[in-house]
Write a protein that binds this ligand. Sequence first.
Ligand SMILES: NC(=O)c1ccc[n+]([C@@H]2O[C@H](COP(=O)([O-])OP(=O)(O)OC[C@H]3O[C@@H](n4cnc5c(N)ncnc54)[C@H](OP(=O)(O)O)[C@@H]3O)[C@@H](O)[C@H]2O)c1
Length: 319
Amino acid sequence: MPGTMKAVILSEPTPAKQVRITEVPIPQVCPGWVLVAVKTFGLNHSEQILRLNEIQADYINKPIIPGIECAGEITDPSDSHFKKGDKVVALMGGMGRSFHGSYAEYALLPADHVFTIHTELSWTEIAAVPETYFTAWGSLFECLHLKKEDTLLIRGGTCALGYAAIQLAKAIGCKVISTTHRENKLELLKDADRALLDTGTLAGTLRGVTKALELVGPKTLRDTLRCVETGGVVCNTGILGGVYALNGFDPIKEIPNGVYLTGFFSNYPTQKSMEDIFSFLAKHQIKPAVGAVYSFADIARALSDMDRHRVDGKIVVRI
Ligand SMILES: NC(=O)c1ccc[n+]([C@@H]2O[C@H](COP(=O)([O-])OP(=O)(O)OC[C@H]3O[C@@H](n4cnc5c(N)ncnc54)[C@H](OP(=O)(O)O)[C@@H]3O)[C@@H](O)[C@H]2O)c1
């Protein structure tokens, strides 16, 4: 194995066009950590937030290799239960924030945030799964307890997570209403039963919604709480609207009687959840939705296309 690897390293807010690949030492394993040869990784909205702004926060360990997820093979299992060559995915738990992440040829990762996978999917397809499908899965099944009889509203459906959520919900037989704030993107929501243009106010225009997945976030959450029937549940998972908190939120007046509010945080994936997700995708013959694929050498263009909303769906980078 050569002593160095290619990686992206950031230490300050960095526009996409200034992102460069540099040569750095391959990290050495230590107890509890394993070395993964990264094959592919997906890009995430949260990495854009980190690169452009959040990187200034004290809790980001700088300089940092960003990237909150990857797919690859174990090259050094250290003292873990893994074997060299095991096919794995890894995500979250501080990846790309507290310790180096996936925008690199190798990633040194805590063994308890690395998960074995058994799948026929290609590396490109696998890359679209860990963060996006885990978040869709957790939001829909752990938080919303989604059932076949439900009518699901997905607010902010034209993102990787939104497309994944449509696939999972349709696979169990739900009725799905999905929204976009751009009229020209309505056709991208064709897999939903109904695609709606979101003008900012949906309350009073919908009937029979029992569950809602809020991806626009606090910007529209108050309105979404008024879109579900009594007994309905709203899960706030996204922050696409750029508003991160509900300032001055008055739960007595703003959560309608008999409506439930929950939220999902993808920081705690488990081996079981990854197995359940990959089995579900195989059982329902779901191909993970990939919007575009770039080579690692083209990372600046991939990030720029993300910043300019040029790709519909998950952006995957191949090492
Ligand atoms: N809670 C968690 O643990 C967790 C985990 C993963 C992701 N998330 C969040 O879930 C959301 C989706 O993540 P992702 O990685 O799937 O995103 P992504 O694929 O990077 O999606 C970004 C796209 O969302 C679209 N979008 C749709 N509605 C929007 C709106 N109202 N305002 C702005 N943009 C909108 C934008 O395109 P157009 O404007 O052209 O439509 C943009 O291209 C993000 O907010 C992310 O932070 C949360």
